[in-house]
Design a protein around this ligand. Sequence first.
Ligand code: FVT
Ligand code: MG
Length: 325
Amino acid sequence: MYLQRRNRILRQSAAIRSLVAETILTPSDFILPLFIDEGENVKTEISSMQGYYRNSLDITVREVKELWSMGIKSVLLFIKSKDELKDNTGKEAWNPDGLMQRSIKAIKNAVPEMIVMTDVALDPYSIYGHDGIVKEGEIVNDETVDALVKMSVSHAAAGADVVAPSDMMDGRIGAIREALEESNFTRTGIMAYSAKYASCFYGPFRDALDSAPGFGDKKTYQMNYANRIEAIKETLMDVEEGADIVMVKPAMAYLDIIREVKDAVTVPVSAYHVSGEYAMIKAAAKMGWLDENKAILESLTSIKRAGADLIATYFAKDAVKLLNA
Ligand SMILES: NCC(=O)CCC(=O)O
Ligand SMILES: [Mg+2]
């Protein structure tokens, strides 16, 4: 045979494959979500997320020091609220002494350079497990936005670097930006969950925070997974309203959306490799059906290749260890 072009030339050794690799994961690609609990020395494995824990703040602070030493530059905080603090206003969400606010302060105090991102949504504080205030069975938009604004400002006051509204109410990015400006928090960023789909892949997360919706589902605010153009509309609106970073969530079943969003905006794009995506790999690996380490690196590389500049993933630590191996 006489071939003008032999594509296998650039695949023949590990060295040449790495020379021409188009996508390279690095520790600073990752955001590690952390689940924080009240108490001391409390470490609870999430039943549907084997190998992943909800920790009290003392353990979390030690963990964040380790993460920084590994090269992980960002954590995304979620707290598990006590049942007696839950209501239908979400007011615990902006309590200056709430678990979230104490966590932000403790982490920034221990590792000032760590980029602390905070979840902004009412579900951990809601007796209904919904991301907003409920009236006559409906999740009301505008009153919820008022609550999210208070929540965001209180996170900024506690020292959060980036607030991350994950609720999908309309208009909240603009309202939060305006409030941050008015309160003089001009260094606080907003990572908007812009294209967050109503997904079954969030199931294990709701076990982690005991935040499953008490009635109905989240389809009146999170996006229909049948839709693509709507993701662009949502994302462009959030950028217009002042988002510094936009997000697509979940990740693996939405790689097309990540790519289209990446092509449509000039801000960094993040993707959230969610709890169900973690659980699938863990479960298959446990059965001996998948090589866990290979599945982790292939999944995260695919998400970056699709266009994600940042990846929120429960595998961040595992991935960094594998990249350094
Ligand atoms: N706001 C956080 C979620 O909705 C779920 C994340 C996950 O499933 O990992
Ligand atoms: Mg929106």
